[in-house]
Design a protein around this ligand. Structure first.
Ligand SMILES: [Zn+2]
Length: 257
């Protein structure tokens, strides 16, 4: 009996701690938030209005292209939540433990088709203000990606997000980071974001979408994003596409620069 009671108390404590951690992630809007409503987005912001307007204008200007490129039927406004402090943004995704992970490069994310962003006015992150403003486009693509296929692979999801928001890889990518293996391109699960950043996933997945765009019809790239079916879209399987991509990388013009 005593053992049962100890186990029950232990379980309750774990549940309570989990609830305390994740409680902030249940609500994106904070009580001090104002909103700006546009054609394609609704922006929620706290005190930093000028920075929020910059994000809003950047998102509104690009969203129609993204909608067209991803061929999505659902054009309801995307909700964008901007937090004045980076730690608050991180808390909204991972709970109170978020800011303790020390990820100073981590400034934006998405929850399903909602975008969470650090205010470009927050100068404490590892990024410049302009980079944060443009990061909204990367997250916006994720939001639409979720609408066209909530089960899209992490690799394709981020490749499209980077490619359609012009996050062009830096010089000499191949010289800096080894090309991810086929297995690595299938990264998934809760630790995917960390592994992805370590293996140059953002830059390499960009080149993967660039390769698909150059070698196949864009409508088939979008079809792949929607279905994940390589053979149906390209007539070859994922491993063959991977080999073609590696060959493309080695011949990619910018590598010679
Ligand atoms: Zn991303």
């Amino acid at each position: 009996m005593r053992l049962t009671r100890i186990v029950l108390i232990g379980l309750s404590l774990v549940l309570l701690l989990a609830l305390m951690n994740f409680w902030p992630t249940f609500f994106w809007e904070t009580s001090d938030m104002h909103r700006i409503e546009g054609e394609t987005t609704t922006v929620f912001y706290q005190q930093e209005e000028a920075a929020a307007r910059q994000v809003f204008q950047t998102a509104e200007a690009r969203a129609p292209d993204i909608i067209q490129l991803l061929d999505t039927d659902n054009t309801l406004p995307i909700e964008i939540y901007i937090y004045d402090r980076q730690t608050d943004m991180q808390t909204k995704k991972y709970g109170r433990i978020g800011p303790l992970l020390g990820l100073d490069w981590y400034i934006g994310d998405n929850v399903k088709d909602r975008v969470l962003l650090t205010s470009p006015a927050d100068t404490s992150s590892a990024h410049e203000s302009d980079t944060i403003v443009n990061a909204v486009l990367h997250e916006l693509v994720h939001a639409y990606n979720h609408r066209i296929n909530p089960k899209m692979s992490y690799w394709l999801d981020n490749g499209l997000a980077g490619y359609l928001s012009d996050q062009v890889p830096g010089e000499d990518l191949l010289g800096r980071i080894p090309i991810p293996t086929l297995e690595e391109t299938k990264v998934s699960g809760p630790l995917a974001p960390l592994r992805f950043a370590d293996m140059g996933g953002y830059e390499y997945s960009y080149t993967y979408i660039e390769f698909l765009d150059h070698h196949y019809d864009w409508s088939m790239v979008v079809e792949l994003a929607k279905t994940g079916d390589f053979v149906w879209c390209f007539g070859v399987d994922e491993a063959q596409v991977y080999q073609e991509w590696v060959r493309y990388l080695n011949e990619r013009p910018s590598q010679a620069d």
